[in-house]
Ligand binder design. Structure first.
Ligand code: MUC
Ligand code: MG
Length: 375
């Protein structure tokens, strides 16, 4: 088995409603799809979505890096040799986890399809067939967040929620998240994600109140580099402090684990540079006794299926997963659709990630030749 070609395509997908995060409001979101073919014409697909201002990469940069730098030395390699492919890409350029991650992801899909197995089988096999799934409340308004959560609960789809805060006045953030938790009560678990927006003084003030209000997890309150601050918050509060932006490479995972600078990690496949490296970060957390959450970069059904495959292999996924994004987007790029039922996402059974691209949808949403114009 040899890689014969790598094609990259930038695709935009619209959201059903504006999604308000601390650093951006998303009406439509860009992603890079990678299609890798072997010499027999078998294909694997990968996806690297980009959340504006979340990380250091852009869809245009990812595409250019893959097309001009990463593809030439990777073409001709065995797609099953994941570690070798990652090392080849590391020799070309440091960091750039999303670009490397989408190439590796497509190699995983291609390899698993060629073997006729699910992607999970390449990482030790699934320990669960479905994953409790969390819905992200990002309307920016407490009453709308509560109405959305009630609708999801009544439909039997979600009872785990996360309120996106960190954008405005911390007093408003605390009030909004507390109002959501109070309205949902014991019927739901509620996290908050601050996306690095606070300093330590603000965080101490706010977390005290969020903890009292019954918020279950505080995600990335401080800037990613503030390991010392995260350690002090983790020592001070009983409520778990989760690292998201702060944990990407295995080195950062080790540094956080060693310093006890968080008690939980949000795993995200492209953030860590592919499925293999996500599995390694998960292993560091498992060994350090940290709890785990299956995160999202707002992948479509392609990257969500890939993430679900990997998350299905992690022995303890204490906080469930956040793989809700296919339901946030108003359309899908694949022929098969993910199944959300009974408060869980059903892990697709494969082969590979179990997803194939719908050519008409791809033709419509691709940025270069498609008819969709992003908002
Ligand atoms: C993040 O920081 O976790 C995940 C869900 C969502 O709505 O935004 C992302 C980013
Ligand atoms: Mg986060």
């Amino acid at each position: 088995m040899r890689i014969a070609s790598i094609e990259t395509i930038i695709v935009d997908l619209p959201t059903r409603r504006p999604h308000h995060l601390a650093m951006a409001t998303i009406n439509s979101q860009g992603r890079v799809l990678a299609r890798i073919r072997d010499e027999n014409g078998n294909e694997g697909i990968g996806e690297a979505p980009v959340i504006p201002h979340y990380g250091a990469e852009t869809v245009e940069g990812i595409k250019l890096l893959i097309d001009d730098y990463l593809s030439p030395p990777v073409i001709g390699q065995n797609p099953a040799a994941l570690e070798a492919i990652l090392l080849t890409m590391d020799k070309i350029v440091k960091d750039n986890a999303y670009a490397k991650g989408v190439v590796e992801m497509a190699c995983v899909d291609l390899t698993a399809r060629s073997f006729g197995v699910s992607a999970a089988a390449l990482f030790g096999g699934a320990v669960r067939e479905q994953i409790p799934t969390l819905w992200v409340l990002g309307t920016g308004d407490a009453a709308k967040d509560i109405a959305e959560a009630e609708e999801k609960m009544a439909a039997g789809l979600y009872k785990l929620f996360l309120v996106k805060i960190g954008k405005g006045d911390p007093r408003d953030d605390v009030a909004r998240a507390s109002a959501v938790k109070q309205a949902l009560g014991d019927r739901a678990r509620v996290h908050v994600d601050i996306n690095q927006s606070w300093n330590e003084t603000t965080a101490v003030w706010a977390i005290e109140r969020l903890q009292d209000a019954g918020i279950a997890v505080i995600e990335q309150p401080l800037p990613r580099a503030d390991i010392e601050g995260m350690r002090r918050l983790s020592e001070r509060f009983a409520v778990p402090i989760m690292a998201d932006e702060a944990v990407d490479t295995i080195d950062s995972a080790m540094a956080i684990a060693r310093n006890r600078a968080a008690s939980a990690f949000s795993l995200k496949v492209v953030k860590h540079g592919g499925l293999l490296r996500t599995r390694k970060v998960a292993t560091i957390a498992e060994a350090a006794g940290l709890s785990l959450f299956g995160g999202t970069m707002l992948e479509s059904s392609i990257g969500t299926a890939a993430s679900a495959q990997l998350f299905s292999t992690v022995s303890r996924l204490d906080w469930g997963c956040q793989l809700f994004a296919p339901e946030l987007f108003s359309d899908s790029l694949t022929v098969e659709q993910l199944v959300y039922q009974d408060f869980h996402l059903v892990v697709p059974s494969g082969p590979g990630f179990g997803m194939t691209i719908d050519p008409d949808k791809l033709a419509f949403y691709r940025r270069d030749e498609g008819r969709y114009r992003r908002a």
